[in-house]
Design a protein around this ligand. Structure first.
Ligand code: SF4
Length: 334
């Protein structure tokens, strides 16, 4: 659902999409990650009725016998979006309008300081893999507690595993920066390695009972190894979106990443490539099993190919998508 507003920010209606979902199961090809299809635009007064019509369609025609096939994405995939939309319109009782035109999607994480439009400011703070903790000299939990208690300001968590603190008086910015820095937390996103800034990992071991592999606990070392490898290959400032999960449920959205790791066997991961920085394109499976110890030998020929044949300004995910995974396999010999 994308909000469509007027020049003053008043909500006019919504562009509606349906049929997306990232959960899947290894070795069950009938389960797959899928991007949502556009359904259409709905004025704000009709949003309840349209959502009710979509849910009713799923209720009446979704698969009630096979749990693995029960999600709306499978119904839309089986029917096609045109048939699905026509059925939704029957429940809705009206024709659904075409989507409103949108600017290109961008992946914006809102880290750092920003005006919020009412004279106050907000601060986006990077939280590595979403874990708010105190560990050694890094005391994010302490810093957030002190800021909230001192300034009585609210906080939001984001789908990128970060925290936004908001409703801040501009005069308090410097003091809040100081609290963060004193507690070892970097408030300036430009000082955070972009591999770290844009990566995410799910909790996996030991928290999640479904995990096959580590994720959150090894992701920082994976980012460090990627940075070291890129530097060694004379690509020191390269950045791309890395996502890691401990099982195919995909809680950190690895199937949209430029480099996605999905736990498949102990210490080994499926590798997904060819997503894009804006997170609007599904990645593709490159291999079902890469042992984590082999990360450097696995990616070195890929990055060498990328360095040699990329177009000016082309990112790694777009490069993989353009040349295709078969070409990558041929060149990299794996
Ligand atoms: S992706 Fe799997 S291992 Fe990770 S949190 Fe989700 S269910 Fe657990």
């Amino acid at each position: 659902m994308v909000i469509i507003s007027d020049d003053k920010g008043e909500v006019l209606g919504f562009n509606i999409y349906a049929g997306g979902g990232l959960g899947r199961t290894h070795n069950k090809e009938e389960t797959f990650a899928r991007i949502a299809d556009p359904i259409g635009y709905v004025p704000k007064d009709d949003i309840y009725n349209l959502v009710k019509a979509i849910v009713s369609t799923q209720r009446d025609y979704g698969d009630r016998t096979n749990r693995r096939h029960a999600r709306m994405k499978y119904l839309i995939n089986d029917w096609g979006v045109a048939k699905f939309t026509a059925k939704v319109e029957e429940y809705y009782g009206k024709t659904i309008e075409p989507l409103k035109e949108l600017p290109a999607f961008k992946y914006i994480d809102f880290l750092g300081w920003h005006e919020q439009g009412d004279g106050k400011v907000f601060l986006g703070i990077s939280v590595v893999n979403g874990r708010i903790k105190d560990e050694g000299d890094f005391k994010l939990r302490t810093a957030l507690r002190e800021i909230v208690q001192t300034y009585q300001i609210p906080m939001r968590v984001t789908p990128h595993q970060n925290v936004l603190i908001y409703d801040i008086e501009p005069a308090d910015k410097a003091a809040i920066d100081s609290i963060l820095i004193e507690n070892g937390v970097e408030p300036d996103p430009l000082k955070i390695d972009n591999l770290v800034r844009y990566s995410m990992a799910c909790p996996a071991l030991p928290t999640c009972g479904l995990a096959v592999t580590e994720s959150e606990r090894v992701a920082p070392s994976v980012n460090e190894r990627f940075r070291a490898l890129l530097t060694k290959l004379d690509l020191p400032d390269e950045q791309f979106v890395i996502r890691m999960t401990g099982c195919p449920n995909g809680c950190a959205r690895p199937y949209m990443a430029e480099v996605g790791f999905v736990g498949s066997f102990p210490e080994s991961y499926q590798v997904w490539l060819a997503g894009c920085p804006a997170q609007t394109r599904l990645a593709q499976v490159y291999t079902d099993r890469m042992h984590i110890d082999d990360l450097e030998t696995f990616f070195t020929p890929m990055f060498e190919y990328f360095k040699r044949d990329r177009k000016p300004g082309e990112g790694f995910g777009d490069f993989c998508y353009r040349v295709g995974l078969d070409s990558l396999r041929e060149v990299c010999k794996h």
